[in-house]
Design a protein around this ligand. Structure first.
Ligand code: SF4
Length: 87
């Protein structure tokens, strides 16, 4: 079963070729519940953008093109419709 986070996981697009493609097969496509990123997300923890499914990190040039501002995390809390101090 494919991971439900593939469309918003910042590191998933990097798994198209080479050694990283193996991680996609093992984790994203088949056993995402064992993915270190998925485990953290499920616990409400935003993982580092460079965290790989096996718990290691992308380094050097491999991580340079990752958008460190974009990551998968818990949904934001809804904002209050009443501004503080006006009720
Ligand atoms: S790296 Fe982990 S969280 Fe991201 S798509 Fe793959 S299995 Fe899901």
């Amino acid at each position: 079963m494919t991971c439900p986070n593939t469309h918003r996981c910042p590191i998933f697009p990097r798994f198209k070729t080479g050694a990283l493609r193996v991680l996609r097969t093992i984790y994203c496509d088949e056993d995402f519940v064992r993915c270190a990123r998925y485990v953290r997300i499920s616990s409400g923890i935003i993982p580092a953008p460079t965290l790989l499914p096996n718990g290691s990190h992308l380094s050097g040039a491999d991580s340079s093109r990752l958008d460190h501002r974009t990551t998968v995390g818990p949904a934001p809390l809804p904002s209050s419709s009443t501004p503080p101090g006006t009720s």
